[in-house]
Ligand binder design. Structure first.
Ligand code: PMP
Length: 290
């Protein structure tokens, strides 16, 4: 990933992609003092850029550091990187980390570094393919108690349990893994939130110990605009046989139906299809109008 043409925004300036390096004694690498975002631009416009910038700053504050740019500056920087790299649609990755001035647990005086990269990540809006549904493993690792970890931050360190779970899932032939939370409730996937359908009503876990995805909130909004009922609540795995449809959603995954989660089976249907279509229109109104 490091040998590419293009530009990365690094601490305030656009620099060549290959030159965007950090020192091996960076606190973020050793102690996980790093937060990031994942966004998508559609038709040259980053979807909900400001919400992502706000979450980025909030994630850093939860990890006890302040990103030294305002939300407006971050929004402008992200737009500039998309433009400099000549993308119309792409993935956008802001990342912030503590630098190399202090190499111990305490690092109050370390520099806060911020970089923004963008790359091609085609969105998969082929509805027919999506409607086959993906298969989910059930992860061994659980989302931690918010009293144990900064669960609501998009913190790099929290992703080690996601990478372990995703690798195990892929090794076993699944697309992703469903993670339970510390209390054994259904939580989310390794990089996406999850929804279920019963009798035309959407049910989704309360986002009290995992990321309250911007896509999750968008889907709730789209469903309510259609007059659908959406219930956020505790969902236990033994309830899964009662649901007819299931889908995951996130910036990367967009809205993707699920056919299997461990021993449970779902049939992607009308509600998943409607929300895929509504989400496609919502993120890229220009393309929808064309
Ligand atoms: N949960 C996790 C663990 C994620 O990595 C993501 C992707 N950022 C999400 C949920 C969905 O968040 P969003 O819709 O804001 O992309």
């Amino acid at each position: 990933f490091d040998q590419r043409d293009g530009y990365i925004w690094f601490n305030g300036a656009l620099i060549p992609w290959r030159d965007a390096k950090l020192h091996v004694l960076s606190h973020g690498l050793h102690y996980g003092s790093s937060v990031f975002e994942g966004e998508r631009a559609y038709g040259g416009v980053i979807f909900k850029s400001t919400e992502h910038s706000e979450r980025f700053k909030r994630s850093a504050q939860i990890l006890d550091f302040e990103i030294p740019y305002s939300v407006a500056e971050l929004d402008a920087a992200k737009a500039a990187v998309v433009k400099a790299n000549g993308f119309d649609s792409c993935y956008v990755r802001p990342v912030a980390w503590r630098g190399s001035e202090m190499m111990a647990v305490a690092a109050q005086n370390s520099t806060i570094n911020v970089a923004i990269a963008v790359w091609d990540w085609p969105s998969m809006f082929d509805v027919a393919t999506k409607m086959k549904g993906i298969r989910l493993d059930i992860a061994d690792y659980r989302r931690p108690d918010p009293q144990t970890a900064p669960s609501l931050a998009k913190a790099a360190g929290l992703y080690m349990i996601c990478t372990i779970s995703k690798h195990r899932a892929e090794r076993r032939g699944y697309a992703d893994a469903l993670m339970l939370d510390w209390q054994g409730r259904v939580a989310e996937c390794t990089g996406a939130n999850i929804f279920f359908v019963k009798d035309g009503v959407l049910h989704t876990p309360l986002a009290d110990c995992f990321l309250d995805g911007i896509t999750r909130r968008t889907v709730i909004d789209l469903a309510r605009r259609r007059g659908m009922e959406v219930i956020e609540r505790r969902i236990m795995p033994d309830e899964l046989p009662e649901f007819s449809e299931c889908f995951i959603c996130g910036t990367g995954a967009e809205v993707t139906p699920v056919a299997e989660a461990g021993p449970y089976r779902f049939t992607p249907g009308a509600i998943s299809r409607t929300l895929i279509e509504d989400y496609t229109r919502e993120v890229n109104p220009k393309a929808a109008a064309a």
